[in-house]
Design a protein around this ligand. Sequence first.
Ligand code: FE2
Ligand code: ZN
Length: 481
Amino acid sequence: MTLMQRNITKVGKIVKCFIQQDVIPVRSCAVPHNITSHRGLVVGSAKLKQGVCGLKNYSKSYKTVLTSNQSHLKCMSTASSNSSYGVDKVQISPDNRYLAVRWTNGKQSQYHSVWLRHNCHCDDCKQKDSGQKIFDVASIPTVVHLHQVTVKGNTLHLIWGGECEHRGEVPASLLWQCDYSQEALNRRYQDTRLDENCWTKKIPEMYFEEIINSDKGLLSFLTNINVYGLCLLKKVPLKEDKVTQVAKRIWPYIENTIYGEIFEVVAAPKPINVAYSDVHLDLHMDLVYYESPPGLQLLHAVRFDDCVVGGESTFLDVFQVAQQFKVTHPEEFRSLVQIPASFQKIHYDRELPVHLTRQQPHIVLNHNEEIVRVNWAPAFEAPLTVNEENVETYYKAYGAFARAVRDSPNLLTMRMKPGDMTVFNNRRMLHGREQFKLNGGVRFLKGAYVHTDHFKIRLQTLSRLLGDDHTMKHVGNGDWF
Ligand SMILES: [Fe+2]
Ligand SMILES: [Zn+2]
C-alpha cells in the first residue's frame, strides 16, 4: 500500500485512490506550508497510470490532493444542474498551471492557476461584507503556479508559489457555478439563447392581483417577460397610479427619462413625441438614442373607449427577425453589424430642451457572433454619417432589414381593453400602434419604464430565492453572457 493509499484509509473518506504507483514527495514550494495542518490532507506528486484518473489531459505526473470530506454544493447557475454536487477529486497539473476538479456527479472541470488566484476569497483578497476584491490585481504575474490544494468542507485551500506567493481559498460552489469548460459554456449558451418556442402568436397573460400580492406571482410574471418578451396584465384597476404601483413592484425606483417618470400616451395638439398623436406608429424601440435605453416598458390602458376605431398595439420580437435575417441576407446582415447608424432626439421647443445623438450599428454581436443588441427606431434616425463608400451599402442593407421587420409573420396585434397593462422588453420587442380615430371617445394610456438591470436583478434574485434558480435568457442589452 502506498503512502497515498494509507492516508486515504486513515481519513476514511469518500475518495477512491487513483494513484497506482509510488508517491513522489511534493516538489519544493517557495511558500512555507504545513500540510499536517489540514485535516485529512494528502499531498504528493505522483505518477498516474494513463486514464486511471479520468481527468482530461492528465496522464503523466501530478501533484495530487484528495478531498478530506465530501463538499456538497448547490448549483446556482443553471436550471439543468440544480442538484447538490460535491468535490470528488482535485489534481494540480504537472506544470502547476491548472487545477482539475472531478465532481461527485462525474463531471470534470479545469481551472487555470491564474484564474484561481484572481478569484481568491481570503480576507486579504476579498472584503467579506461587500464581496469586492481588495487586492492589486496588477501585482499578479501572467503565469501563476499553484503548488498545493486541500479541500475542507466546501472550500478549497490553495497555496500558490514562485512569483505569486500566496495562501488563500476559493469556495467550491464558485468553481461549480463558474465552470468554464466547453461543456459548461455550451450549456450556458443553450440556456441563455432565446428558444424558438418563445416566438408564438400568443401573449402570456396574468392578473394584476397575482403579481401584487405574491412574490411567486411576480417571479412568474418576470419570467414570462424574459422568455416571451412580454406579458399582459389583466384586471388592473382603472386608476392612474397603477402603472407606478406595478413598476415599483418590480423595482422601488422608476427609471426617469426625458419624458419624466410617468408619461401619458394621449393624442395632443402639439405632440413632443409622435406617440402623443393619433397617427400610425411603425415598429420601434423607445429611447434608442440613449446609452442604455429602458429595459421594460409598461403601458396601462386607463381608458380605451369602444367608439375609438383603430389604435391596436403591435409587437414583434426583433431578435427573431435578426436571427433569420442573418441566414437569409448574410451580406446585408454583416453591413448592419459593421456600418453604424445614427440616432437622435433633438427638440428645443419643449419645456426641457433635448439634444442627444448616438452612433451605433443596428445589430451588435458578441465574440461568439451572437446577436446581443439590436437598435431599431426609424423615427429617431439621424442623418447617416459614415464613409462615402458605405452609404449605398448601408441603405441597401437597411432597406432589406426594414422589409424583414415589416413582413415578419410573427407580428403580434392586440387591442388593449381598459384595465389591460402590457409590459414588454423594450430592448427585444419592437412595438407600434395602428392609426386611430377617437370619434368623440378617449384613448388614454399611462406609461413607465424599468431599467434593464433592475429587471434582471429582481428576476435573478427571486428565481434564486423562490424558484428553480434558472438561467435568464438574453435580454438584448448587449450583455455578452
Ligand atoms: Fe414607443
Ligand atoms: Zn487571497
